[in-house]
Design a protein around this ligand. Structure first.
Ligand SMILES: [Zn+2]
Length: 212
């Protein structure tokens, strides 16, 4: 069984969205300093690393993350690997990308994944993202979960339309995945966000299991 961990490692070196504090892992008890055990405190944005967006992120009356259905977060999933010359995932790009019929969970590998493969530690604003018309295309196509290999599904300077279109339609948005090692094709996705009550997003561990 081939299993791919598509989650980002979380550490103070993990690049975060501009304005967000770096991920903090603070040792509050240390055996090296005489304590009986080691203990660490975690502080981070819920949108750091691999994470899901809940509708509440861009819709003030939207559902919060603990209500996202596990039936959507797990199940058959198609990984599309887009060529390096794709700068934005538009409706036009999607129309010419061969996608199997009936796909409900769709992850996009782009040139973004190279940032993770290379261990780039600074935020990259020119990441590949989904345009508003691309988001509409996905909704019309019946996509229930969409994933992208950088920290936002929407272009850096135009966050609102893509998020609104997807979240309004109830599409689960998975961001910050690393698809460097994953060939195009079908997998079983297991994406398990933390059950944070009332939150607009949550960090998640996400894995793909090869289908036989
Ligand atoms: Zn997010």
């Amino acid at each position: 069984m081939t299993l791919y961990d598509i989650s980002l490692p979380l550490s103070p070196q993990t690049p975060v969205w501009p304005g967000d504090a770096p991920i903090l892992l603070e040792q509050t008890e240390a055996m090296a300093h005489g304590a009986e055990y080691n203990l660490t405190r975690l502080a981070m944005s819920v949108h750091a690393g691999t994470h899901v967006d809940a509708p509440h992120h861009f819709l003030n009356d939207g559902r919060t993350v603990e209500t996202l259905p596990l039936e959507v977060l797990t199940g058959a999933c198609y990984v599309a690997q887009l060529p390096d010359d794709v700068e934005e995932i538009t409706a036009e790009v999607l129309t010419r990308t061969p996608l199997p019929a009936g796909v409900e969970r769709l992850l996009f590998g782009t040139r973004n994944s190279r940032y993770w493969a290379q261990g780039v530690q600074t935020f990259q604003p020119d990441f590949v993202a989904i345009s508003a018309d691309g988001a509409r295309w996905l909704v019309e196509r019946g996509i229930k979960l969409v994933g992208i290999d950088y920290l936002s599904v929407a272009p850096y300077h135009d966050s609102v339309p893509t998020h609104r279109i997807l979240l309004q339609a109830g599409v689960v948005v998975l961001e910050g995945i690393n698809l460097t090692q994953v060939p195009r094709g079908f997998y079983d996705l297991y994406c398990l966000p933390l059950k944070l009550v009332g939150s607009d997003g949550a960090p998640a561990r996400a894995i793909l299991v090869e289908r036989r």
